[in-house]
Ligand binder design. Structure first.
Ligand code: GLN
Length: 479
């Protein structure tokens, strides 16, 4: 069931929140061993939350998510409930406060069904960098679900929750959504508060919904968006009702097709599905226009300088003193080193080293400053494109889900999995991935639609029109 369907069924009294939660917990215990989508399943407390939701319903409560079970990526702080970032260094960390997004979900009456698996500190594209086991793709368990929000995407695709939250720094919502055949939306930078999201690269991180349908994406975005005094980078702008634009015609809407995204390295079946999707949009009245985003080729390089620089600074807080793991040593330095040696995985260490290097004196101007300058050029590419078009349509990923283990020994290959999503974070604009087909071996393909800053309405409207005229989102993995 979707949020929309389960809300309808609960309101009519066809099902109760207890039925729904118990069914999902049963489903989780049936498939979790295969998929490992969760770090922690909230089996006990969820049932208490359900009782409270049912009490409120009895009193005529009308909250948007009254009794609807939603999974949350395990890098989003939930008060009193373990939040690990899939890292040993936070294995036993229980946040003393609630993130703004989960506070808003709580106020809407949601049930926290569990915390989902991710690449450690959201660094990765396959959920293989988790310290607590690899998540598998429900469409083919020999393959990865994408990452870093692989647990959330797999859980939604495999019907282990009604919907989920993920976070996206360079593609971590959209890329796993594409690999798992679900809808993933990265909002405009500043649309959603980052308070309580464990920081990876603060100038890029955004929280967003991973859902079964576009409507559900709009419903969750309505709830989590808005200004937050606890996050000074959250924008003080009104939040429109994102569901109100769904169903509007897309006639005459100009969609840009960037030629740089249909180049060497793009899988032919992915290309085929995306081109057919563009034709479908055209038959719905949209007007495709060829555009150019000339600095696309630098996006991955720029990202891996800026994201690692920010990460090296953000992760300095895990030092064995303030919170998290501590391994005693013979003196302070020894304690720091032993703690970080034991607590952090290889990819996280690699990034701290890369970022520290890029920020060090002598290299700062050559790497960090240069990367910031090129980031501006990438942003200007989008500004120029959006003078001509209303949205941009691309593949979400260059290939469908790859095999587990295929790229773990080659970080550069892994980094290229986000080649089509990363520039969207660098530019700070919103992007969504929706299902647009399947390969010959039954793997989902994602279509990415990118919008102007704070124009989530446009990409949701286009996505909804496409979804209503196709059936890809209705297909279920053969688990
Ligand atoms: N795969 C990219 C990385 O490893 C993006 C991760 C993300 O969006 N959190 O940095």
């Amino acid at each position: 069931m979707t949020i929309e369907e389960s809300k309808g069924a609960i309101d009519k009294g066809d099902i109760t929140p207890s039925d729904l939660t118990n069914d999902l917990l049963q489903r989780i215990s049936g498939v979790e061993e295969k998929l490992r989508a969760f770090v922690t399943v909230n089996s006990e407390e969820a049932l208490i939350q359900v009782k409270m939701a049912e009490e409120r319903l009895k009193k005529g409560g009308k909250q948007a998510l009254q009794g609807i079970p939603i999974a949350v990526k395990d890098n989003i702080c939930t008060e009193g409930f373990r939040t690990t970032c899939s890292s040993k260094i936070l294995e036993n960390f229980v946040p003393p406060y609630e993130s703004t997004v989960t506070r808003k979900l709580k106020e809407s009456g949601y049930i926290l069904i569990g915390k989902t698996n991710l690449d450690e500190f959201a660094m990765g594209s396959s959920t293989e960098n988790s310290a607590f086991g690899h998540t598998r793709n429900p469409w083919d368990i020999s393959r990865v679900p994408g990452g870093s929000s692989g647990g959330s995407a797999a859980a939604v695709a495999a019907d282990m929750c009604i919907a989920a939250l993920g976070s996206d720094t360079g593609g971590s919502i959209r890329q796993p959504a594409a690999f798992c055949g679900v809808v993933g939306l990265k909002p405009t930078y500043g649309r959603v508060s980052r308070y309580g999201l464990v920081a990876f690269a603060s100038s890029l991180d955004q929280i967003g919904p991973i859902t079964k349908t576009v409507k559900d994406s709009a419903i969750l975005l309505n709830i989590i968006s808005g200004h937050d005094p606890y996050d000074s980078t959250s924008a003080n702008l009104p939040v429109p009702d994102y569901t109100s634009v769904l169903g509007e015609s897309i006639k005459g809407i100009k969609i840009g097709i960037p030629k740089e995204f249909f180049a060497k390295g793009l899988d032919s079946e992915v290309e085929d599905s995306v081109k057919k999707a563009v034709k479908e949009l055209e038959s719905l009245g949209a007007l495709p226009v060829e555009i150019s985003l000339p600095h696309t080729e630098y996006a991955v390089a720029v990202y891996y300088i800026l994201a690692t620089s920010e990460a090296s600074s953000n992760l300095a807080r895990y030092d064995g003193v303030k919170y998290g793991l501590r391994v005693e040593g013979k003196d302070l330095l020894d304690m720091y080193m032993k703690t970080r040696e034991a607590g952090l995985g290889a990819e996280v260490k690699r990034r701290i080293i890369l970022g520290t290097y890029a920020l060090s004196s002598g290299y700062y101007d050559a790497f960090y400053k240069k990367a910031q300058q090129v980031r501006t050029l990438i942003k200007q590419d989008f500004d120029k494109a959006f003078e001509k078009v209303d949205a941009i349509v691309t593949p979400t990923t260059p290939t469908p889900a790859f095999k587990a283990g295929e790229k773990t020994n080659d970080p550069l290959q892994m980094y290229l999995a986000d080649i089509f999503t990363i520039s969207v974070n660098l530019a700070g604009v919103p992007g969504i991935s929706i299902p647009c087909g399947f390969t010959s071996n039954n793997l989902p393909v994602g279509l990415q639609i990118i919008g102007k800053q704070f124009d989530e309405e446009m990409i949701l409207k286009i996505s909804y029109a496409y979804e209503q005229s196709t059936n890809w989102h209705k297909k279920k993995p053969p688990l």
